[in-house]
Design a protein around this ligand. Structure first.
Ligand SMILES: Nc1nc2c(c(=O)[nH]1)N[C@H]1C(S)=C(S)[C@@H](COP(=O)(O)OP(=O)(O)OC[C@H]3O[C@@H](n4cnc5c(=O)[nH]c(N)nc54)[C@H](O)[C@@H]3O)O[C@H]1N2
Ligand SMILES: Nc1nc2c(c(=O)[nH]1)N[C@H]1C(S)=C(S)[C@@H](COP(=O)(O)OP(=O)(O)OC[C@H]3O[C@@H](n4cnc5c(=O)[nH]c(N)nc54)[C@H](O)[C@@H]3O)O[C@H]1N2
Ligand code: SF4
Ligand SMILES: [Mo]
Length: 802
């Protein structure tokens, strides 16, 4: 494992250590340089060695939040195992968790504060003291905000970097703290409106799958991406639930499902539009359900699509402000006139054309039938590559119910037409009465393990504190002009939260100052001015390093070890900067004071959960009153304006998407002339061996999983490529180099890679160089904004160096 040396380009790690000599907190650094130096003696010393245990939680971003019991022997973290738990569902650990006993001591750690001495991108740094680092940051932040205003500073956290204490610095400095994410809400953008969602997840949980007859897994590899919740899949399968996995790759989840539907990438909307047509054409719906619980009988202007109705006074649920809400009309069959849908005794017509006040109107259902006309089974076979008979059969099984559509957030979520897919799922669920009852549902389930969330307390900030609003997400900021002149990132945001690395790199170079705080030497490190070493979740300065709410518990991050090398926690890094800026008074004294503030809450679910109780109960206390793993039944009363399922989106008429309408992906569509140059649709998704880039530099994990791109053997042989070749993947945006692996599980005409890995493991290149950054304009009209079309990317592959 030569990563640290490779990355530092000739300045050896020993050189850094010498440079940093004399810095407080350096204790023990020489002795713990590599795993090899400590593992054998630590084992040999068993028994004689001092031993203690402590408890912490692990990663958020693998969506598992395992509770861990850690054994420290002779000052070394030596054993990681699941924290004993009566509830089997939460008694978990994976290989990544166990391997932390090597990873946290590994060469990929950032060890001391480093200041860039060469050009940006040269990777040349010198070690400096924490005092120097804090003063430099304070000076640069002040310079920037004095010259360009408070919002010219951008301070943003990766998800994984905000799992201990709430970040405060952006709020205290009035800096921008990051806008919309641009990922993971693509299908949700099209799905949520029908059911009045306010977030990413389905309203019920995956524990009720045994009550479903069929679960459709779409763009979802949950057996790797929600590993610990695999038991919900297998328990339901044992109980007789049929799992159908829609994936252009024979994924781990496809391999365990009852049926695998091998559709072409980016074609999910076509699949589900054909489902809807088949359901409607064959009467696989209950007219009674449609009239009672959905908007299908609502009247719309036949020409404009506008929903007819009367305006009523109401109150906005979030702001409490008075608002006017439209009460839609239906056609009452007994009186033969239009009237509000909620009129007592109204007999709504499901279909028909009517004259209302001189306007020709149709019901939403009548419009749906017209809109679906072209989406025949044969058409869908042509687009998706799945036989028409298979599409028809699965649509019938789904319609019979109770059925679930469980979408992940990979695949199409990162393709331009993602919201159309989500909208089409919602349409199918609503048509077939597969929403609102136990064993039914639609949305993100695979990581939705508990419906219970606690409202935790907060550290009180000065009255005028608050982050500046971010007018755009990171993905936009790197492309458009804005007022940002300096930035600080906790984690590897610049390489992950925008596609097309060349543009991001240019943007980074345009800044006056960039600082990154991370545990590991991620790909972005070479391109910044200052690097700060963060300690892992196993290390704390105080006895408590964080508290959080996950999996229906309050979890505690206890000190397992003192911070390794010269690292500090994110909290103490923020506080150090605040001290240098003269605003440290606004911070809690220490972790204990911060934790107590977060545990002070009016939420009855948190009654009696104190810091002492968390220590007594080994770092995890279940929220009060959350015994039922299924959660409350969703019911038909939804937070939509009418309280019904509303799959017709009046606000999207101007986009031609009132009902979902097939739209090609942005780049990977079959007839794109660019395919002649770049014939491979390139999907990136997650792997059980990593949490995004994390574990890229974990030596033990690397023995099992090296960075590589996968191709079907057919595509490899037509290019003269063999398994194990070093290859270059490229398009007009850029290129990267990696190892090729042949895999029959990959559809011909596509390429696959697990995101993300360090540039140092890709010969200094970046996978993000090729990804598509062209946003779909419609995204700005949708609740969660535009999505980055990472997977809507065409590439070609050749042998490296040719
Ligand atoms: N090309 C391409 N790009 C993608 C995707 C894709 O499919 N293709 N997927 C996108 C998706 S869905 C997501 S969610 C994002 C995720 O990408 P990120 O948001 O970057 O992922 P995270 O896991 O939140 O953060 C990982 C980073 O935080 C660091 N870190 C971990 N713990 C801590 C800590 O306690 N403190 C600090 N300071 N740092 C810490 C890790 O070392 C690593 O650098 O990537 C997106 N980018
Ligand atoms: N171990 C681990 N778990 C994680 C993470 C991690 O980094 N590591 N990250 C978490 C995060 S932030 C996210 S966003 C989730 C994502 O996890 P998932 O929601 O499971 O998404 P992916 O694994 O990206 O992709 C799911 C599947 O979609 C398939 N796919 C690709 N294109 C298409 C398509 O056009 N149509 C269909 N139907 N399928 C397609 C891919 O082959 C893949 O098997 O994972 C989370 N869980
Ligand atoms: S990385 Fe593994 S051990 Fe850690 S939280 Fe995720 S699933 Fe659990
Ligand atoms: Mo994600």
């Amino acid at each position: 494992m030569t990563q640290a040396n490779g990355w530092h380009r000739g300045i050896s790690r020993r050189g850094f250590l010498k440079g940093a000599a004399g810095v407080a907190g350096l204790a023990g650094i020489g002795a713990m340089a590599t795993t090899g130096e400590w593992l054998a003696p630590a084992q040999a010393d068993e028994g004689a060695a001092s031993e203690r245990t402590a408890f912490t939680y692990h990663n958020e971003h693998c969506l598992c939040n395992c509770m861990l019991k850690c054994t420290v022997r002779d000052g070394r973290l030596s054993i990681i195992e699941p924290r004993p738990n009566d509830e089997n569902r939460f008694h978990n650990v994976c290989l990544k968790g166990i391997s932390e006993i090597q990873h946290i001591y590994g060469d990929a750690r950032l060890q001391s504060p480093l200041r860039r001495v060469g050009e940006r991108g040269s990777g040349e740094f010198e070690a400096i003291t924490w005092d120097e680092a804090f003063q430099t940051i304070a000076d640069e932040f002040k310079k920037c905000q004095d010259a360009y205003g408070k919002d010219s500073l951008w301070i943003q956290y990766s998800t994984e970097a905000q799992q201990r204490f709430t970040p405060l610095l952006a709020s205290l400095l009035g800096a921008q703290a990051g806008g919309m994410n641009g990922y993971d809400m693509g299908q949700g953008n099209g799905q949520g409106q029908a059911f009045g969602w306010d977030g990413m997840f389905a309203k019920n949980t995956l524990w009720e799958w045994p009550q479903a007859k069929t679960v459709l897994l779409v763009n979802c590899n949950m057996l790797e991406t929600g590993m610990m919740w695999s038991r919900a899949f297998f328990d339901a399968q044992k109980a007789g639930t049929k799992f159908v996995c829609f994936d252009p790759r024979f994924s781990a989840t496809a391999s365990k499902s009852d049926e695998w539907v091998n559709l072409k990438p980016g074609t999910d909307p076509a699949m589900f539009l054909a489902f809807a047509k088949h359901i409607v054409d064959n009467g696989l719906y209950s007219a009674e359900h449609l009239c009672a619980h959905t908007s299908f009988p609502f009247l719309i202007d036949a020409e404009t699509g506008e929903v007819l109705g009367e305006m009523r006074d109401s109150v906005d649920a979030t702001t409490g402000e008075p608002v006017q809400v439209k009460a839609p009309f239906v056609w009452d069959e007994s009186s033969e006139r239009a009237m509000p849908y909620d009129t007592d005794g109204v007999q709504a017509a499901l279909e028909g054309t009517f004259e209302v006040d001189g306007r020709t109107c149709v019901t939403e259902f009548t419009r749906l039938k017209e809109d679906l006309a072209e989406y025949t089974l044969d058409w869908a076979e042509g687009v998706t590559g799945v036989p028409a008979g298979t599409i028809a059969r699965i649509a019938e099984e789904y319609a019979e119910g109770p059925s679930v559509i469980c979408n992940g957030v990979g695949g199409i979520d990162k393709v331009g037409n993602n919201d159309v897919a989500g909208h089409a799922y919602a349409l199918c669920a609503s048509l077939t009465d597969n929403y609102g009852k136990r064993g039914t549902g639609c949305g993100i389930y695979a990581y939705h393990v508990t419906p219970y969330n606690a409202m935790m307390g907060a550290w009180p900030l000065p009255e005028n504190a608050g982050a500046a609003p971010s007018p755009m997400g990171f993905y936009d900021m790197v492309q458009k002009s804005d007022n940002v002149h300096a930035a600080m990132f906790f984690g590897d945001i610049p390489t992950q939260k925008a596609a097309n690395w060349t543009k991001t790199r240019e943007w980074l170079e345009s800044l006056d100052f960039v600082c990154v705080a991370d545990i590991y030497q991620s790909s972005v490190c070479d391109y910044v001015d200052l690097l700060l070493p963060v300690c892992s979740k196993f290390e704390c300065q105080d006895e408590v390093g964080g508290v959080k709410n996950a999996n229906g518990y309050i979890l505690q991050n206890q000190k397992v070890l003192d911070p390794l090398f010269e690292s500090k926690s994110d909290f103490y890094i923020e506080k150090g900067i605040a001290e240098a800026m003269g605003i440290a008074d606004a911070y809690p004294e220490n972790g204990e004071e911060f934790a107590r503030a977060l545990l002070t809450s009016e939420d009855p679910q948190m009654a009696g959960i104190t810091l002492e109780k968390l220590f007594e109960e080994d770092g995890a206390v279940k929220l009060v009153g959350t015994e039922d793993p299924l959660g409350p039944e969703v019911g038909y009363e939804l937070a939509t304006p009418s309280g019904r399922q509303e799959p017709y989106y009046e606000n999207l008429i101007e986009w031609g998407q009132a009902f979902p309408k097939w739209e090609e992906p942005n780049e990977i569509y079959a007839s794109n002339p660019l395919r002649e140059k770049y014939p491979l649709a390139f999907t990136q998704s997650r792997s059980r061996f990593r949490v995004h880039s994390t574990y890229s530099g974990a030596a033990w994990i690397q023995q099992l999983f090296e960075p590589h791109i996968e191709l079907n053997p057919v595509d490899a042989s037509s290019r003269g490529l063999a398994d194990g070749d070093q290859v270059e993947a490229f398009n007009d945006r850029g290129s990267f180099t990696t190892k090729l692996r042949l895999n029959e599980a990959i559809q011909p005409g596509s390429a696959y890679m697990a995101e993300s890995t360090y540039a140092s493991l890709l010969d200094g290149t970046m996978m993000q160089s090729v990804s598509n950054d062209q946003l779909n304009e419609r995204g700005y009209a949708l609740p969660y904004g535009p999505m980055i079309p990472f997977n809507d990317t065409l590439i070609e592959i050749k042998k490296a160096g040719e």
